[in-house]
Design a protein around this ligand. Structure first.
Ligand code: AMP
Ligand code: ZN
Length: 138
């Protein structure tokens, strides 16, 4: 089922326009309307309205991943980019605004000024405890 108030469902259905760059049976790739850099592309699954990484099906995720791989090659070449960042926001606190699974393909250029995340070291013993917490989920 599509969501009637989802902007990406509407793009998939052709109800609002988008600059599509690639489409197959399960996925659609189109230009982000407010790009970090020209060529910034979004890839979405076309089947239903999965919200994020937590509820997308394995089959749709596999299809999205393969489209991201193909479109990354095309974007880097077409834009003469020097690299690509893949980005995905899941849930509001991670910066997700559109509630329909999507991956950002962001072409990068020398000196484009985009800063990624700050990092910090673990405290003594912390990494082992964190890894154990995550392992316990499987
Ligand atoms: P996110 O923060 O990961 O949910 O990103 C949503 C992205 O969708 C933003 O980068 C927006 O610029 C983009 N966006 C919103 N509306 C449209 C639209 N109609 N066509 C293309 N991209 C859109
Ligand atoms: Zn949707």
């Amino acid at each position: 089922m599509k969501s009637s108030d989802c902007i990406f469902c509407k793009i998939v259905a052709g109800d609002i326009p988008a600059d599509a760059v690639y489409e197959d049976e399960k996925t659609l790739a189109f230009l982000d309307i407010r790009p970090v850099n020209a060529g910034h592309t979004l890839v979405v699954p076309k089947n239903g309205h999965p919200h994020n990484i937590f509820d997308v099906s394995a089959a749709d995720w596999a299809a999205v991943s393969e489209t991201v791989r193909k479109v990354s090659l095309a974007v880097e070449k077409a834009m003469s980019a020097r690299g690509i960042n893949l980005m995905m926001n899941n849930r509001e606190h991670a910066g997700q605004v559109v509630d329909h699974v999507h991956l950002h393909i962001i072409p990068r250029f020398a000196g484009d000024g985009l800063k990624l995340w700050p990092q910090h070291p673990y405290k003594e013993g912390e990494a082992e405890a964190v890894a154990e917490k995550i392992r316990a989920q499987f």
